[in-house]
Write a protein that binds this ligand. Structure first.
Ligand code: AMP
Length: 293
C-alpha cells in the first residue's frame, strides 16, 4: 500500500489505474479506524480493482473547535489496518493541500442540510461535508464511493448533491457496524468513560424499541417516538425523530419506509444512531417490520 499526500500524486496514480482499465473505489474517512471503516474498505475491495482510502480530518465540518482538537488521530495504526485489508492507496492530504490560501468556494444542499444534524450542528456542518466530498470526488474521480448508513443524513445529503451536480459516481451505502450490545461503532466512542460507555447503549435500545412498537402495529409517529424516548432512560436526546429516509421530512403516520434517527450527548461525547424500518401490510392487515440496517 502506498501513502500519498498531494493532489498531483493521486491524479497520477488513479490516472494510470484507469488507463489500465481498472475500476476505482474510494472510501472517505476521518481516520481512527474501527470495524465500520473496515467494513467499508472490505466492500470496496470486493467491488473495485483499485481501492483508495481518503484520510482527512476535515476542519470545516466541525462545529466545535474542542471536538476538532480532541478528534482521535493515529495514522500509523490506520495505515497498518488499511494495508492488512488490501487497500492500494492511502490518500492523506494536509489541510493546506485541500484548502490552499484564498480558498473561497462552498457547496450547499438546501433544505435537507438544515434539519436534524444540520439544525443541531449548524448549517456549516453539511456545507463542510459537501464541499470536501466534492473536492475529494474531483481529485480521485472514483467509479464507486463507499459511505456508512451510520451517518444517514450525510448519505441523503450527498445523494442529492451527486444527483443535482451530475457527479459521475455511484454511492454505495454499508449497514451500520455495532458492538455486541448494540452500540454503533464510532471514532468518538474512545472518549466515553466506563460509566458512559454503559449508558451509551441507550441510543440503540431506543431504536430497537421503535422497531418493536412498529412491529406491534402502532403507526402514529409521535406515539412511537414517545416510547423510544422512554427507552433512552436518563440519556437526554438532542432529537429523536421519525423522518422520510430520502427527504428527511417529518412523518406523522408510518406507512412504508421510515428512518428513526437519534442524537444525544452521553457525558461530553455526542453520539448519533439510526435505523430504517420498512412496514408492509400482511394479507390479514397486520403490519410486519423489516430492519434495513
Ligand atoms: P468517519 O471517519 O467517522 O467520517 O466515517 C467514515 C465513514 O465510515 C462514513 O461514511 C461513516 O458513515 C462510516 N461509518 C462510521 N461509523 C460506522 C459504523 N459503525 N458502521 C458503518 N459505517 C460507519
Amino acid at each position: 500500500m502506498k501513502t500519498v499526500r498531494t493532489i498531483a500524486e493521486i491524479r497520477e496514480h488513479v490516472g494510470q489505474a484507469r488507463a489500465a482499465g481498472r475500476t476505482i473505489g474510494l472510501v472517505p474517512t476521518m481516520g481512527a479506524f474501527h470495524g465500520g471503516h473496515h467494513a467499508l474498505m472490505r466492500a470496496a475491495r470486493e467491488r473495485c480493482d483499485e481501492v483508495v482510502v481518503w484520510l482527512f480530518v476535515n476542519p470545516t465540518q466541525f462545529d466545535e473547535q474542542s471536538d476538532l482538537a480532541a478528534y482521535p488521530r493515529d495514522e500509523g495504526k490506520d495505515a497498518a489496518e488499511a494495508r492488512e485489508l488490501g487497500v492500494d492507496v492511502l490518500f492523506a492530504p494536509s489541510v493546506d493541500e485541500v484548502y490552499p490560501p484564498g480558498f473561497a468556494t462552498t457547496v450547499h444542499v438546501a433544505g435537507i442540510s438544515d434539519v436534524l444534524e444540520g439544525a443541531q450542528r449548524g448549517v456549516s456542518h453539511f456545507t463542510g461535508v459537501c464541499t470536501v466530498v466534492t473536492k475529494m470526488l474531483n481529485m480521485v474521480m472514483p467509479d464507486l464511493a463507499f459511505f456508512g448508513q451510520k451517518d444517514a443524513q450525510q448519505v441523503a445529503v450527498l445523494r442529492r448533491m451527486v444527483r443535482d451536480l451530475d457527479i459521475p459516481v455511484e454511492l454505495v451505502v454499508i449497514p451500520t457496524v455495532r458492538e455486541p450490545d448494540g452500540l454503533a461503532l464510532s471514532s468518538r466512542n474512545v472518549h466515553l468513560s466506563r460509566e458512559d460507555r454503559g449508558r451509551a447503549v441507550a441510543l440503540s435500545r431506543a431504536l430497537r424499541t421503535a422497531e418493536t412498537v412498529l412491529a406491534g402495529g402502532e403507526s402514529d409517529a409521535e406515539e412511537i417516538a414517545q416510547r423510544a424516548r422512554q427507552a433512552l432512560g436518563d440519556v437526554e436526546p438532542e432529537y429523536l425523530a421519525l423522518v422520510d429516509p430520502d427527504s428527511f421530512q417529518p412523518i406523522n403516520n408510518v406507512n412504508g419506509r421510515v428512518l428513526v434517527a437519534v442524537a444525544a450527548r452521553v457525558g461530553d461525547t455526542r453520539l448519533i444512531d439510526n435505523t430504517i424500518i420498512t412496514t408492509a401490510a400482511t394479507p390479514d392487515g397486520a403490519p410486519t417490520t423489516q430492519e434495513d440496517t
